[in-house]
Design a protein around this ligand. Structure first.
Ligand code: 5MM
Length: 337
């Protein structure tokens, strides 16, 4: 493992004013989003959609890296350019989602474990040869009565750490994504407690597995009340609780923190990141940015709807949300824009 090279890569991914674009929806997730908008759920339409994204003008001004799904790696534009080549021309670092999704955790109803460690070393070596320089693995934690269990948290922390070590051995920066879901009626305080418990276990496992913290990026949820919680807290409180939670449990050496949006509206996700930068930007030890999927892509997908005539307008919407999040990273986002 070349720790200096990994650190340098993490620094490039966390470059000032920029963030990450998650465009790594698995086929099932992408098709679900297409179905809701009446877009045909075929490989060709997924290719057209990803072509729209990678050819968006000015995307590189706000985006330092793009997380891809396996299917996209081998796809090309209508005129035969590979998506990977287009991203590299724009100086957007290509990354890859390497987990293979979640499956029920045996004996723990309602909880899941993420799969994908089998032959991961070989896959990493070939991804590196293709020019991919970072990867992503998502673990999912549900909050319900009596959930999450310690067993679920520990099992997911272990697999995240195994994945991260395998990445670094192959010269790939791991994005470590333990997502505490927003689903449910739990309070902000519950989300804060669970998020801290999860991150404590994750960093303990990363330490045990000798993962270089400088050469990794954490992709966490913001600390939020559940979607059905009657008390929806203000942006100020969410920013304060999120930052104070991370200050307790995320080591200062970590290469960066890049939030997932998790189902927040695009505007709220930008507003909350903006507030964190505005109030706490000078006090936090890590670069703090975004790694959104829905909160960047959703408006563009809704405009596109699978129709070529809508490509330009959809690309403008995509570039706009990316620019809004870049502004939020600087603490300069204008709410409701
Ligand atoms: C939580 O999902 C990740 C971030 O996306 P949001 O900003 O929309 O929350 C996202 O990268 C996710 O991991 C990928 O879309 C892959 O998800 P699936 O469910 O397809 O494996």
């Amino acid at each position: 493992m070349n720790t200096q090279e990994l650190k340098h890569l993490a620094e490039r991914l966390m470059a000032e004013d920029k963030g990450l674009l998650a465009m790594d929806e698995s086929t099932g997730t992408c098709n679900k989003r297409f179905k809701a908008l009446g877009i045909p759920q075929t490989e060709e339409y997924r290719r057209k959609y990803r072509q729209l994204i990678v050819t968006t003008p000015h995307l590189e001004e706000s985006i330092s890296g793009a997380i891809l799904f396996e299917e996209t790696l081998h796809q090309q534009t209508d005129d035969g350019q590979s998506f990977l080549a287009i991203l590299k021309q724009k100086d957007i670092i290509p990354g890859i989602k390497v987990d293979q999704g979640t499956t029920p955790l045996a004996f723990f109803p309602g909880e899941t474990i993420t799969e994908g460690l089998d032959r991961l070393t070989d896959r990493m070596i070939s991804y590196h040869q293709m020019g991919l320089r970072f990867a992503k693995w998502r673990a999912v934690i549900h909050i319900e009565t009596d959930l999450p269990t310690k067993t679920c948290i520990t099992a997911n922390a272990f697999t995240l750490a195994r994945y991260a070590a395998i990445c670094q051995e192959a010269g790939i920066v791991p994005i470590v994504e333990p997502e505490v879901l927003m689903d449910g009626a739990h309070s902000l305080q519950t989300c804060a407690a669970v998020t801290q418990d999860v991150l404590k276990e994750v960093f303990s496992a990363l330490y045990e597995h000798k993962v270089s913290l400088e050469g990794m990026i954490l992709k966490p949820n913001m600390v939020l009340p559940g979607l059905n919680c009657p008390d929806q807290n203000s942006t100020e409180v969410i920013a304060q609780q999120t930052i104070s939670s991370f200050l307790k449990v995320v080591p200062a050496a970590v290469g960066g923190i890049a939030f997932l949006s998790g189902g927040q509206s695009p505007m709220l996700a930008s507003e909350r990141l903006n507030m964190m930068q505005l109030r706490y930007g000078s006090q936090i030890p890590w670069p703090l940015t975004f790694s959104f999927s829905r909160a960047i892509q959703q408006p563009a997908m809704e405009i596109w709807k699978g129709d070529d005539q809508n490509i330009t307008a959809a690309q403008q919407a995509l570039a706009h949300r990316a620019a809004c999040n870049s502004a939020a990273r600087r603490g300069e986002y204008l709410p409701a824009s």
